[in-house]
Design a protein around this ligand. Structure first.
Ligand SMILES: C[S@@+](CC[C@H](N)C(=O)[O-])C[C@H]1O[C@@H](n2cnc3c(N)ncnc32)[C@H](O)[C@@H]1O
Length: 253
């Protein structure tokens, strides 16, 4: 079920999909390398797959799982259960957050391209880290799902204007991270095309993961037609993901 807000995610459908996010999350966690004493922020935690993995590592630390979706946080709560080392926080990374946590490390997987202003998001992450704290994130980057964006553009005559993503490039990301105060910055774009052979699964994947907010803007009766239009116009059942992968540190002094 979606949350009360119709512009919300469908966690059950999300978790039933063949998610490349598992690999993206593992790549982020192996670069973050949490240690048992760390307090770690999972920014845009969704249903908590990576939150749960980190909780198992930080046996004398803790995890702050932050997301703006009530339905995703509800799913996380029932997945992970009560844990005194876990704090679940509803918050919007795209607005200035007034939270008093100071973490050793912060990470984010497949969330920041939903935040229009990365400068605000990075400043939030900077404030939530201790001096010396490390940040690793993955999200859609410049060129991500270009084939789907192309189809959306070709449909704009028939459908409302959609503008929901922020697929940033390397230089602007470095600049935004520097402006937020970060140092030791590395940023790269990684191509990662996936293919989903089953047409029904492909359609569900596109509606759940790629276009949930486009579809939510349409009348219920228009959604299936729109989805079919998009899928019919795509050259294949591939999703041409390009990941923005970045590491940075909050300086110690
Ligand atoms: C594609 S899901 C990824 C979830 C999880 N990190 C994973 O890898 O499965 C994107 C998540 O980012 C969250 N999100 C999007 N915009 C956000 C914002 N401005 N502030 C906090 N969370 C946000 C969504 O609510 C959603 O749970």
């Amino acid at each position: 079920m979606r949350g009360e807000d119709s512009n919300d995610w469908d966690p059950k459908s999300y978790d039933s999909m063949p998610l490349p996010h598992l690999r993206w999350g593992d790549r982020v966690l192996s670069a973050l390398h949490p240690i048992p004493t760390d307090f770690v922020l999972d920014a845009g935690c969704g249903t908590g797959r990576d939150t749960a993995k980190v909780l198992e590592i930080v046996t004398s630390g803790g995890v702050i799982a932050l997301d703006k979706s009530s339905s995703m946080l509800e799913a996380l709560r029932s997945k992970v259960g009560d844990n005194e080392r876990l704090e679940i926080v509803m918050g919007d990374l795209g607005s200035e957050l007034e939270l008093n946590y100071r973490c050793d490390a912060a990470f984010s997987v497949a969330a920041l391209h939903w935040v229009k202003d990365h400068q605000i998001a990075f400043s939030n992450l900077f404030r939530l880290l201790k001096p010396g704290g490390r940040l690793v994130f993955d999200c859609g980057g410049r060129g991500n799902i270009a084939s789907i964006e192309g189809v959306l553009r070709s449909l704009l005559g028939q459908w409302p204007q959609f503008d929901v993503w922020n697929f940033a490039g390397v230089l602007e990301t470095k600049e935004n991270l520097v402006n937020a105060g970060f140092a030791d910055i590395t940023v790269e774009l990684i191509k990662d095309t996936i293919q989903i052979d089953d047409r029904k699964v492909f359609a569900k994947y596109i509606s759940t993961l790629v276009l949930p907010f486009h579809l939510a803007q349409l009348k219920v009766g228009e959604r299936a037609v729109f989805l079919k239009d998009v899928i019919d116009r795509l050259p294949s059942q591939e999703i041409d993901y390009v990941r923005l992968f970045a590491k940075a540190t909050r300086p110690s002094t």
